[in-house]
Design a protein around this ligand. Structure first.
Ligand code: GLA
Length: 392
């Protein structure tokens, strides 16, 4: 990751001129509400202080040239001929966003783009959403487009679903766009209404990166989504008003669960109980009851492990180590699953002791090490610098 002055210098080195804008979009960590977004339910993420930075300058033609500094790789394509690159995944995030902007009817011209960042890649902290949103916002500013935050998030999500092929929900792009410093966002993924909830100053959001590659993430993710859709189709025979698992209350589920096959029943149980946990958890946090929020995080992990089956033995060991460490209020797998990161809520004055104890217990259990990120809830996408202030 380059710092801001180096981004400027590197842009000049690559493209022979200064960037017109430099923007950044954050990664995210979800505190509770996993695999609920594409079921039109509730999520509760924070934008974190790890980000993707895009420096950009317009061109007079229709060419997009991209330098991925951290990969030492380049891409270029014409806006009138955007194709999927099967060999290099990262290219498709940029191509997909350009494609989505054009499909939505926005007029964009060619550009030179330099990308750098410090969101760990493939770790479950949404490096891809931060790249999509930073690219989209950079092009929005360059081309003086008027796109609201919600619309930019939807465009970025569309790029990932239609161009990259991961049938993701809206959470990651939404929080990368609309995150708020010192707050988490309760997002209703049905109508995209949201409200900001201040994080108590006496707690810290601690992420542990397991470095376990999420090899299954994309295929198993799409499979989980299909299983949820099958559960909805089965439930609709009993109540046609059900269009998503969001519509099913825990009581209705208890009365009708037996009509589902085992796998769909377990998946639905996770989603329905998780939505309920988000709502109760946010109410607890707003009432100042962080311990109750932490207990719900622990329950969320059990539900992901047993019903949604997206955890791994190592992640379970990491969560168990964290839950027993000093100052821990709650801990769970975060993100799509199958490896990646855990998130813990920890009393601020116990963070060092927490990390040391959890790392030691995890090492004893698995022989593995983790990287800790003590995250500060941050703002969503924004301008780092601009040569033309009217462009903001
Ligand atoms: C990934 C997806 C999100 C969401 C989470 C699981 O991060 O991109 O839309 O579904 O997994 O909660």
């Amino acid at each position: 990751m380059l710092d801001r002055s180096l981004v400027h210098a590197e842009f000049v080195r690559q493209f022979g001129d200064v960037p017109q804008v430099i923007v950044q979009a954050p990664g995210r960590v979800n505190l509770i509400g996993e695999h609920t977004d594409y079921n039109e339910g509730f999520v509760f993420p924070v934008a974190i202080d790890l980000a993707t930075v895009v420096a950009a300058r317009p061109r007079a033609d229709r060419l997009i040239r991209v330098r991925a500094h951290d990969y030492g790789e380049d891409d270029q394509f014409l806006l009138d001929d955007i194709t999927h690159d099967p060999t290099r995944l990262w290219c498709n995030y940029v191509r997909g966003v350009c494609h989505a902007l054009l499909m939505a009817g926005h007029q964009i011209g060619g550009a030179d783009l330099l990308i750098t960042g410090n969101v760990p890649r493939g770790a479950g902290l949404s490096s891809s959403a931060s790249l999509e949103v930073a690219t989209g916002y950079g092009l929005q500013v360059l081309n003086r487009l008027n796109i609201r935050g919600e619309a930019l998030a939807l465009l970025a999500q569309g790029a990932e679903c239609q161009f990259v092929g991961m049938q993701c929900g809206i959470m990651d792009q939404f929080i990368a766009t609309l995150g708020r410093r010192d707050h988490a966002l309760l997002i209703d993924c049905r109508d995209l209404r949201y409200h900001t909830v201040p994080l108590p100053t006496a707690i810290r959001v601690v992420v542990a990166d397991s470095h376990i590659a999420r090899t299954l993430a994309s295929s198993a993710y799409n499979q989980r989504r299909a299983e949820c859709e099958r559960a909805v189709a089965a439930f609709r025979r009993y109540d046609p008003g059900i269009t998503a698992l969001r519509d099913v209350t825990p009581d209705w589920f208890a009365a009708h669960a037996a009509v589902l096959p085992d796998v769909e029943r377990a998946r639905a149980r996770h989603v329905i109980s998780e939505n309920d946990r988000v709502v109760r958890g946010v109410a607890a946090l707003e009432a100042g009851d962080v311990r109750q929020f932490g207990r719900l995080m622990n329950q969320s992990h059990i539900s992901m492990r047993d019903d949604y089956q997206i955890s791994t033995a190592e992640i379970d060991a990491l969560v168990a180590a964290a839950q027993q460490a000093p100052g821990c209020l709650g801990s769970r797998l975060t993100g799509a699953g199958f490896g990646g990161c855990t998130v813990s809520l920890v009393e601020a004055d116990a963070v060092d002791a927490f990390c040391a104890a959890a790392a030691a217990a995890y090492h004893v259990a698995t022989g593995r090490t983790v990287t800790w990120h003590v995250c500060h809830a941050s703002d969503g996408v924004g301008l780092l610098s601009s040569a033309d202030h009217s462009a903001t």
